[in-house]
Design a protein around this ligand. Structure first.
Ligand code: IVH
Length: 638
């Protein structure tokens, strides 16, 4: 838990600010025991920068500011050579003497941790192999990463940062897979949030002198407090059996693996073999095979991806892959469809490997009907454009993003939970969702096909959607995503017109003069509603009804201060800042964390000491209130 900055800190003189920044650096770096949040640390630094831009402590940046910066690797972080069959593996092993060390190939994010004088000074991703990205601020929060080790000489430890599957299960409706989730968490500017994901570290190497065998390195790592990746010493003729044990145990592990890594145990042999520019010759990844089956391609659908590319999705006769029934497979891109001479009714091999969506692996026998890309984008009807291997939606704005945004807005507004953005993208790509009306057509059977989606969860998602068929009129209007028709304006319309039909029939003149509705807003809202007529019709056709209940509460936040945000600066005389924030919340308003043009009010306690926020608020045109004016607003005399 971090402590808040003390009252009145913004008025500290330069010397005090400098001393505090230095002390918090020390707490964070040397003690690994920060007292304040990263956010407050940043505020402190920002304040010092405003007061004394040349303060020497500012040039010694802390981990938060360095997040994402380039880190040059002292020794390149190479890739691994790979193989898929026992013969190739055996040939690799024939090149050196001694035993092999077997470890699981953990599907996470490779990281290098540099220690100097016994403390962790920088953590970086692999990046290009020569230059990675600074992730120190977040790695310092991973419990299985020792912040101090009992060695003074510089040491580099390498390993894999991963998100345990048990942790991923809690957020899987928001993220594509554990690997991407871990990568995202490592880049998060908010170390508290990154920490909350529950990342772990498994060490697989230490760049140290003096060891003669790889297994000694694992023992050393364990002694320093790392969790070494699982490892076994095997004779060369035990490799295939060892690999098969992992294949069998795969489902028991709390991390995803995409293979098994074998490496020469004798380090003199490893040194003799050396490395290519791509991979060391003393190690190899024996990749896990995916699950494959043959089926027939019956149809091709084109879904629009984030980049605006139209990707072909194959509809196949149902087939079971890794325990799940599959009817849709990725055909990658138009170029692949052409190069594999794919046609409708072809017999194909569908493959599922690791955590990915099943895809077309091969064509067994050709079909009879040619596949052609559509002339227009299935999402927005703009004419398509073919460029090399890809077919693109011709709309310059990228229509898939629009679809995902529209879906997310609808789900949030009407309160359908469990559809995070990544999940929506997946469903849009799969062609299952296009407009909000499609939510109501989802069946559990459609959802079960996706990775890590069990029957229970699929049913739960469908039930949640179905539970949101009757929607209060104000919420319904807001859910349409009409620009300028936010919560307040929607409530005004619902209270005034009472029925959806009356709202739809209203003319611009009927809107002008409603509370806060001037000519401009009335025109925008009327036009916007007209442009969304197809969506309203589609929702009604899907069985949604806008309940004509003028008294129905909106989805969230009611009260005279609803939609208003408040930020406090300086010391208040009548109450503490917490009390002031509570009062705002009780009246439906919310507390803001910084000055922006979206801020409604900046409340200044003691103007003389208010500092940079006051200036920023004035620049941004935010209304500034004195404490007395704020109290008057609370009392309702505005
Ligand atoms: S040994 C060349 N052992 O796989 C570096 N790597 O595809 C020798 N990986 O970047 C690495 N689990 O991050 C090794 N048990 C393991 C591993 C492992 C995952 C990663 C590693 C490397 C990538 C190569």
């Amino acid at each position: 838990m971090s402590a808040p900055l003390p009252e009145g800190w913004e008025a500290w003189p330069q010397a005090k600010l400098e001393a505090e920044v230095r002390r918090h650096n020390w707490l964070y770096w040397d003690r690994a025991a920060p007292e304040i949040s990263d956010y407050d640390y940043d505020r402190l630094v920002e304040r010092l920068r405003a007061v004394a831009p040349d303060a020497p402590v500012l040039s010694a940046l802390g981990p938060t500011e360095r997040l994402g910066a380039d880190v040059e690797h002292r020794h390149p972080m190479l890739s691994l050579d790979k193989c898929y069959d026992p013969d190739t593996l055996q040939k690799w092993a024939d090149k050196f003497a001694g035993d092999v060390v077997m470890t699981p190939k953990v599907d996470g994010v490779a990281a290098s941790l540099r220690y100097e004088d016994g403390r962790l000074i920088v953590a970086a991703t692999r990046g290009s192999g020569t230059v990675g990205e600074d992730i120190t601020a977040n790695v310092l929060r991973i419990p299985s990463v020792p912040k101090h080790i009992p060695v003074e000489r510089p040491v580099e430890v390498r390993g894999e940062i991963y998100l345990p599957l048990s942790k991923f299960a809690l957020v899987k409706d928001q993220f594509a897979n554990p690997r991407n989730t871990a990568a995202g968490a490592l880049k998060n500017k908010n170390a508290d949030r990154s920490e909350a994901m529950g990342l772990c570290f498994l060490a697989y190497d230490a760049l140290i002198d003096g060891a003669t065998r790889q297994i000694e390195k694992f023992a050393q790592l364990a002694q320093w407090g790392f969790t070494p990746v699982e490892h076994a010493l095997l004779p060369k003729d035990g490799m295939q059996a060892g690999y098969e044990r992992y294949v069998a145990r795969r489902a028991e592990l709390d991390y995803e693996i995409d293979g098994v890594v074998f490496r020469a145990d004798r380090l003199d042999e490893a040194a003799r073999l050396g490395a290519t520019s791509h991979h060391p010759r003393y190690a190899i990844a024996y990749k896990l095979q995916g699950d494959s089956a043959t089926t027939h391609l019956r149809q091709v659908e084109w879904s629009v991806s984030r980049s605006g590319a139209l990707t072909p999705v194959g509809i196949v006769d149902p087939v079971v892959l890794s325990g799940a029934t599959v009817t849709r497979i990725s055909l990658h891109n138009w170029g692949l469809v052409q190069s594999k001479k794919l046609s409708i009714n072809a017999e194909v091999v569908a493959m599922r490997r690791g955590g990915v969506i099943p895809y077309l692996e091969a064509v067994v026998t050709p079909g009879d009907t040619e596949i052609v890309p559509p002339a227009t984008c299935p999402s927005c009807d703009s004419p398509v454009r073919v460029e090399g291997d890809f077919v693109f939606c011709g709309s310059a704005t990228g229509c898939r993003m629009t679809a995902v945004g529209e879906l997310a807005h609808y789900a949030n507004t009407v309160g359908i939970e469990g559809f995070g953005e990544v999940w929506l993208e997946t469903l849009v790509d799969a062609g299952l969702l296009h407009t909000p009306a499609d939510f109501y057509r989802l069946r559990a059977a459609d959802l079960i096909e996706f990775d890590r989606m069990g029957e229970t969860l699929a049913q739960k998602l469908v039930d949640r959607v179905q539970a949101r068929r009757e929607i209060p009129l104000a919420v319904f209007l807001q859910s349409l995503g009409v620009p300028h028709l936010g919560r307040t304006a929607s409530q005004t319309l619902a209270r005034h017109f009472r029925t959806l039909r009356a709202v739809r029939e209203a003319k611009i003149e009927d809107l002008v003069g409603l509370p806060k509705f001037g000519e401009l807003l009335a025109t925008k809202v009327a036009e916007g509603l007209g442009a969304r007529a197809h969506l309203v019709d589609a929702l009604l056709a899907a069985g949604v009804s806008a309940t004509d209940d003028p008294g129905a509460p909106a989805a969230t936040g009611e009260g005279p201060l609803a939609g208003k945000s408040f930020l406090f600066t300086g010391t208040l005389a009548q109450m503490t800042r917490d009390e002031a924030q509570e009062k705002v919340a009780a009246l439906g308003g919310k507390a803001a964390s910084g000055v922006s043009k979206h801020l409604s009010y900046l409340v200044v306690g003691d103007e003389g000491k208010a500092g940079s926020k006051l200036q920023k608020a004035r620049d941004a045109g935010v209304t500034v209130l004195s404490e007395a004016e704020f109290l008057a607003l609370l009392a309702g005399d505005n």
